[in-house]
Design a protein around this ligand. Structure first.
Ligand SMILES: Nc1ncnc2c1ncn2[C@@H]1O[C@H](COP(=O)(O)OP(=O)(O)OP(=O)(O)O)[C@@H](O)[C@H]1O
Ligand SMILES: [Mg+2]
Length: 358
C-alpha cells in the first residue's frame, strides 16, 4: 500500500468535501494531528475509522486503500490490486507470492552436470548428465543407494568440488565463473551447510561458533542473541551453548552445526545426512525446522538422505542411481504418511531394477 498516495488522496477528498482538518477530526472523534499524519503518509487510519472516513469523503474502501478513484470499467482489476496489497502486507509478500504465482524463481539450476574422478589409470563417473531446477522456498531431498553420487552432487552445488561438465547456477550466478576468493564470500552470503565434515571451531564455545557465523554476515548484535537462543531451544542445545565442542557428544555437535548453518538464513541450505547422528526427537525437530524455514522464510533446502521418513518431510525427492537422476517424486495434497509410502514404493522399484525416467 502506498501510504503517501493514500494520504494525498485523503487530503484532496477532504478539501473537495469542504472540510478542514479540524472539522474532519471532530467528526471522527480524533485529533487534528492524526489527520495531518495520514495526509502526509506518516500513518494510516485505524481500522475502525476506515468506514466512517470513507462515508465522510464519499469514496469506497477500495478507493481509499488504492488512493485514487476507481471507474466502473476497471473496478475488478483495481479491487483485486487493493486486495492483493492488503493480503500481502498481512501475510508477508513472500508467502503470497509462493502461493499465488505460477512462476517461482529458481534458486538452483543444474544443466548437464557431470563429475569424473581420474585416479591414475582409473576413471570413475560419479555424476552423469544431471539437470534440474529447484524453486525458491522448496525442500528437496536426494535419495539413492550408497555410491550413487549424492554427496558428489551436493559437494559440487556447495562449491566444494568442481564439476567436470555442465553448469550450476545459484541465485542467478554461474558458480564456475567465480574465483576462489569470490567463492569464499559467495558461500558465506548464499549457502548454509549442515555437513558432518563442517566442524565447529574447538577454541570457541558453541555459542561463539554460532555467533561468529552471524557476525560475518553483519547481523545486528541484538538479533544475534535472540536468534541463537530461539534456535538452540528448537534443536535442544540450550544447555550446552557455553560448552566447547570437545566437551559435547557427536550428535550435539551436529545439532550445533545445524543451528550455525540455519541461523544466518541463507538462501540455499545444503544438508548431507543431517539426521544421521540424531535421535528421533531431535531429527524431527531439525526436519520441522527445515519445513518451517522453507515455508515461512522462503529458504530453499537440498538434503541428502537414506531415510524415507526424513525424506517424507520434503516437497520433492530426486532419486539417484549410478550417478544419474532416475526419477523424481513430488508431494501432492497428501500427508507425510502417504508420501512416505510412495517414497518406499519408489525405492523398492528402483532397487528392483525398474528404471523410471522423470
Ligand atoms: N575423491 C574420489 N575419488 C574417486 N572416486 C570417488 C571420489 N569420491 C567419490 N568417488 C566415487 O564416486 C561415486 C559416488 O560417490 P558419492 O560419495 O557421491 O556417493 P554417495 O551417494 O554419497 O554414497 P553414500 O550414500 O555412501 O554417502 C562412488 O563410486 C565413489 O566411490
Ligand atoms: Mg554420501
Amino acid at each position: 500500500m502506498d501510504q503517501k498516495k493514500i494520504g494525498s488522496f485523503i487530503a484532496a477528498r477532504r478539501k473537495e468535501n469542504g472540510l478542514t482538518q479540524s472539522q474532519l477530526a471532530e467528526k471522527l472523534g480524533i485529533t487534528d494531528k492524526a489527520i495531518s499524519k495520514w495526509e502526509t503518509g506518516k500513518s494510516m487510519p485505524d481500522l475502525s475509522l476506515l468506514c466512517p472516513l470513507c462515508d465522510l469523503l464519499q469514496i469506497t474502501l477500495n478507493e481509499l486503500l488504492l488512493g485514487e478513484f476507481i471507474s466502473d470499467e476497471n473496478l475488478k482489476e483495481k479491487s483485486n490490486q487493493v486486495l492483493f496489497e492488503v493480503v500481502t502486507s498481512w501475510l508477508g509478500k513472500d508467502q503470497w507470492k509462493r502461493k499465488t504465482e505460477g512462476h517461482i524463481p529458481a534458486v538452483l539450476k543444474l544443466r548437464h552436470v557431470g563429475k569424473r574422478y581420474e585416479n591414475g589409470s582409473t576413471s570413475t563417473v560419479a555424476v552423469h548428465d544431471v539437470s534440474f531446477d529447484i524453486a525458491k522456498g522448496s525442500f528437496v531431498g536426494i535419495m539413492g543407494a550408497s555410491g550413487s553420487g549424492k554427496t558428489t552432487l551436493l559437494n559440487m552445488v556447495a562449491t566444494i568440488d568442481k564439476a567436470t561438465g555442465g553448469q550450476i547456477e545459484i541465485d542467478g550466478q554461474d558458480i564456475s565463473e567465480l574465483s576462489e576468493n569470490d567463492l569464499a564470500s559467495f558461500r558465506r552470503e548464499h549457502l548454509g551447510f549442515v555437513f558432518q565434515e563442517y566442524n565447529l571451531l574447538d577454541t570457541l564455545t558453541v555459542y561463539e561458533n554460532i555467533a561468529l557465523a552471524l557476525t560475518i554476515k553483519r547481523i545486528p548484535k541484538e538479533h544475534v542473541k535472540r536468534t541463537i537462543t530461539d534456535l538452540a531451544e528448537k534443536l535442544n542445545i540450550s544447555e550446552i551453548l557455553y560448552k566447547f565442542p570437545y566437551e559435547i557428544s557427536g550428535g550435539q555437535r551436529q545439532r550445533c552445526a545445524c543451528v550455525r548453518a540455519i541461523a544466518t538464513n541463507p538462501s540455499l541450505i545444503l544438508a548431507d545426512e543431517p539426521t544421521g547422528a540424531l535421535d528421533s526427537r531431535c531429527a524431527k525437530q531439525l526436519l520441522d525446522t527445515f519445513v518451517m524455514l522453507s515455508q515461512e522464510y522462503g529458504s530453499t533446502v537440498l538434503m541428502v538422505t537414506h531415510d524415507a521418513l526424513s525424506a517424507s518431510y520434503c516437497d520433492k525427492i530426486l532419486f539417484m542411481q549410478d550417478g544419474e537422476i532416475k526419477t523424481s517424486l513430488e508431494r501432492e495434497q497428501e500427508g507425510k504418511h502417504e508420501f512416505f509410502t510412495r517414497i518406499l514404493d519408489t525405492m523398492a522399484k528402483i532397487a528392483g531394477g525398474v528404471h523410471y525416467v522423470s
